[in-house]
Write a protein that binds this ligand. Sequence first.
Ligand code: NAD
Length: 277
Amino acid sequence: MTDKSETVLPKLAIAGAAGRMGRQLIAAGLKGGFHVVGGSEMAGSAHLETDLGVLGGHPAIGTQPSRDVGVAAEHADVWIDFTRPEVTIAALDALKETSVRAVIIGTTGFSPEEDAKVAEAAASMTIVKAGNFSVGVNVMEALTRLTAARLQDDWDIEILEAHHRHKIDAPSGTALMLGDAAAEGRGAPLSDLKAAPYDGPSAKREPGKIGFSVKRSGGIIGEHEVSFGSEQEIIKLSHSARDRSVFAEGALMAARWAMTQGHGLYGMDHVLGFASD
Ligand code: NAD
């Protein structure tokens, strides 16, 4: 008898295989029975000779990361990319020449121009992109949108985030995703409502704006809080990631889901069935 789970699981290639998330993705993929058939690393990485299984804390699987996207993706159905914006954008171009059917993007910190390139690529491939792949944060996003829509503009919306000292972009992709949801609830784009960072002698809060505060310290994996404050009441929604594996598990869920979808740009809200479009 054939093992059905074997046939429905896509074959994976993991970008940035030696990174914090790359290792988590390999670990969770192998643990979940996926075939990890390739991975990429940057030229000069000390891990180009290290077996992908070993990078994920598993026994060797006989494949090492490649500097070349085409080689890394050669046998893959899904490319999972948690690297850096310019690396992800370059990979999207190279992947057009491969067998890859879907791309899962967890990289954060894209500029509007880079976001436009992702949207353009989604015309000819299935892309799931999320600033945070955890199921909990995506539920929090839906609650943020709903709460912002129910409260008047005199409730101040403030978003706080804390991450480890190595994080490059700020505010985090997740904080911006929560900000987008709050702005959507208020019926305006975040670009219109985002408050400039409070700093200096004339840093008074403007009514109706959405404020962001950022903390970088030690090994914090990811903490987010959205608070809604009136003169008399405060509502707080908060989420704390205890382990990076939550992002990897969500990305693998997205990888399976993407195999059954047509071309287009999707979010984790589509994967979880919360999306309104
Ligand atoms: P990291 O620096 O540990 O890993 C990135 C890896 O990419 C490194 O190993 C690096 O060598 C590799 N890399 C760089 N250039 C490359 C190239 N040209 N080809 C192949 N590999 C290359 O970073 P991280 O903590 O794993 O985070 C990576 C990204 O994922 C960040 O943007 C982070 O914000 C994001 N992230 C997203 C989520 C989410 O749920 N969406 C969760 C955690 C992290």
